[in-house]
Design a protein around this ligand. Structure first.
Ligand code: OFO
Length: 171
């Protein structure tokens, strides 16, 4: 079992990961509507990953005998001023998620909850990758600015992304 405090934070995190998936479906819809199918593909895969993250927390709460509680997920937008604005929104969101995970890690350390701390190490590493990917997308769009050729190239690159399910034991 974990403490009520940790359980509350874990349940909040399930909601945040589901919200991430929802946010990225909104960005996917934005890019689909623009005809940038490669970028839409990238966010479709990202949304699948977020569902995987949510399920990883969901399974962990079950494993430690806690009750999963699913809160309300706020509406998200599928309207952005530009591809760059959408990419920046995803980077800002990943930084927010990293901070949220660190907060649970801090609480687990304070409470000497070693198993939750250990469980969260996967997410610490994952967030390094999540932020790096989002930063790369922002950087690439900043580089190409409004060049249609550049946008076409970034779009083609992001079309290659495929979903790889999480295969760690607690997934
Ligand atoms: Fe779940 O890492 Fe992104 O949000």
């Amino acid at each position: 079992m974990v403490s009520e405090n940790i359980l509350g934070l874990l349940n909040e995190q399930i909601k945040k990961e589901l919200h991430s998936a929802y946010l990225y479906k909104g960005i996917e819809a934005y890019f689909e509507n623009l005809g940038l199918k490669g970028m839409a593909n990238w966010f479709m895969v990202q949304a699948q990953e977020e569902m995987g993250h949510a399920m990883k927390f969901f399974n962990y709460v079950n494993e430690v005998g806690g009750l999963v509680q699913l809160g309300t997920i706020e509406a998200v937008t599928s309207k952005y001023k530009s591809p760059l604005e959408a990419m920046k929104a995803s980077l800002e969101h990943e930084r927010y998620i990293t901070a949220s995970i660190y907060k649970i890690v801090d609480a687990a350390i304070d409470e000497r909850d070693h198993k939750t701390n250990s469980f969260l190490q996967w997410f610490i590493d994952e967030q390094v990758e999540e932020e790096a990917n989002a930063e790369e997308n922002v950087r690439n769009l900043e580089l190409v600015k409004d060049s249609p050729n550049g946008l076409f190239m970034v779009n083609a690159e992001l079309a290659k992304r495929v979903y790889v399910p999480i295969t760690t034991p607690q997934a």
